[in-house]
Design a protein around this ligand. Structure first.
Ligand code: PBG
Length: 327
C-alpha cells in the first residue's frame, strides 16, 4: 500500500516536508494617502485599513519597518479631480508628497522601506475612468503620455518601483521609455498584466473614491471568462520589458497564476484585492472563520500556485502573527 500518511504523523515531520512557505519579505502592504491634514480614518468596507493624510503616516511606516514586510504600495486620494487626472502627475500631488515624506522619514531612521507607486488615473479623474475620455470612450493612446508623466513624477519623488494598473495597451513600454529617457534606467516597472474587471474591487473604490461615474471598466480590464487571453496580456507586458508581472485579483484566479508561472521566468505578483480582504474580515468578525488560520491558508495558496510576491491588506496582521508564533 502507498502510505502517504507516514510523512504526516508529527508536526516535526510535516514541517520537514512542507513545500511552501509564506515569506513576510514577499508581502506588500497597500496604503491610501489622502489630501488634507490630521486624517486617519478607517475604510468602512475594509475593517483595519485606514486612509491617512501625509502628516499622519509615521506610525504606519514604523509598523511596516518593524514588520520587515517587502514593501508598500501607495494609492492617492486627491482633494481635487479633473477630466485629465492632473493630480496624478503633479509634482506636489498627494502620492508624490507621501513618497518624499516616507523616504525622508526612513533616511532619518537609517532604515529602508521599498515604495511602489501605483500608476493610474482613476483616483484622479472627475469621471473615475483609468484614462482620458474621447467621445465618452477611454482613449488608450492619449492616456499613455499621462501615465508616463505620473510614473516620472513618482520616481522623481523617490519611488523605488512603479506599477501601472489601468490596463491600457502599451502602458508598460510608454513608462519604460519615459523613465529611460530621463535617466531612471534602473527603476523597475511591475505590470498589472492580467487584471480582470472584478466585483472584488468594490471596497477599494470606496477607499480610493474611484468608482467610474458612468459605465464600467469592461472596455479595458479583462473579461473573467478568459484564461488564454490572460497569457497574452502577460506575454505582452514581458515583451514591453516589464520587470515583474501580476495577476489580479488573486483568489478566484489561481488557475491563471499557475499558468502564468509556467509561462514566464519573471517574478510573478498576485494582488489579493480589497473584496477578498473584506470577505475574510467579515467572516472572522462574525465568528464564522478563524481569521489567522484562514489568512494563513489563503496566503500559502498564493505562493503554492506560483506567486513570488503577494500584495495584500493582510500583510501586517500576518507579520504580527508570525512574530507571536516565533516568540
Ligand atoms: C486602480 C486600481 C484598482 C485597484 C488597484 N488599482 C481599482 C480598479 O481597477 O477599479 C483595486 C485594488 C483592490 O481592490 O484592492 N486602477
Amino acid at each position: 500500500m502507498q502510505r502517504l500518511r507516514r510523512l504526516r504523523h508529527s508536526a516535526a515531520m510535516r514541517d520537514l516536508v512542507a513545500e511552501t512557505q509564506v515569506r513576510t519579505g514577499a508581502l506588500v502592504y497597500p496604503i491610501f494617502v489622502m489630501d488634507g491634514e490630521n486624517i486617519e480614518e478607517e475604510v468602512p468596507s475594509m475593517p483595519g485599513v485606514f486612509r491617512y493624510s501625509v502628516d499622519r503616516l509615521e506610525q504606519i511606516v514604523d509598523e511596516m519597518l518593524d514588520c520587515h514586510i517587502g514593501g508598500t504600495m501607495l494609492f492617492g486620494v486627491p482633494a481635487h479631480k479633473d477630466e485629465r487626472g492632473s493630480e496624478a502627475y503633479a509634482e506636489n500631488g498627494v502620492v508624490q508628497r507621501a513618497i518624499r515624506y516616507i523616504k525622508t522619514l526612513c533616511a532619518k531612521k537609517g532604515k529602508e522601506l521599498l515604495v511602489i507607486a501605483d500608476i493610474c488615473l482613476c483616483e484622479y479623474t472627475s469621471h473615475g475612468h483609468c484614462g482620458v475620455l474621447s467621445d465618452g470612450d477611454v482613449d488608450n493612446d492619449a492616456s499613455l503620455p499621462l501615465h508616463a508623466k505620473a510614473a516620472l513624477a513618482a520616481v522623481r519623488a523617490g519611488a523605488d518601483m512603479v506599477a501601472p494598473s489601468s490596463m491600457m495597451d502599451g502602458v508598460v513600454a510608454a513608462i519604460r521609455e519615459a523613465l529611460d529617457a530621463n535617466g531612471f534606467v534602473s527603476t523597475p516597472v511591475m505590470g498589472y498584466s492580467a487584471k480582470f474587471a472584478s466585483v472584488f474591487y468594490s471596497p477599494f473604490r470606496d477607499a480610493a473614491d474611484s468608482a467610474p461615474q458612468t459605465g464600467d471598466r469592461r472596455g479595458y480590464q479583462m473579461d473573467f471568462r478568459n484564461g488564454r487571453e490572460a497569457l497574452r496580456e502577460l506575454a505582452a507586458d514581458e515583451e514591453e520589458c516589464a520587470d515583474i508581472l501580476m495577476v489580479k485579483p488573486a483568489l478566484a484566479y489561481l488557475d491563471i497564476v499557475h499558468a502564468a508561472r509556467a509561462q514566464t521566468n519573471l517574478p510573478l505578483a498576485v494582488y489579493n484585492v480589497s473584496g477578498e480582504y473584506a470577505m475574510f474580515k467579515a467572516a472572522a468578525q462574525r465568528g464564522m472563520l478563524d481569521e489567522k488560520r484562514a489568512v494563513t491558508e489563503l496566503l500559502t495558496a498564493f505562493f503554492r500556485a506560483g506567486a513570488d510576491i503577494v500584495i495584500t491588506y493582510h500583510a501586517l496582521d500576518w507579520a504580527h502573527w508570525q512574530r507571536e508564533h516565533s516568540a
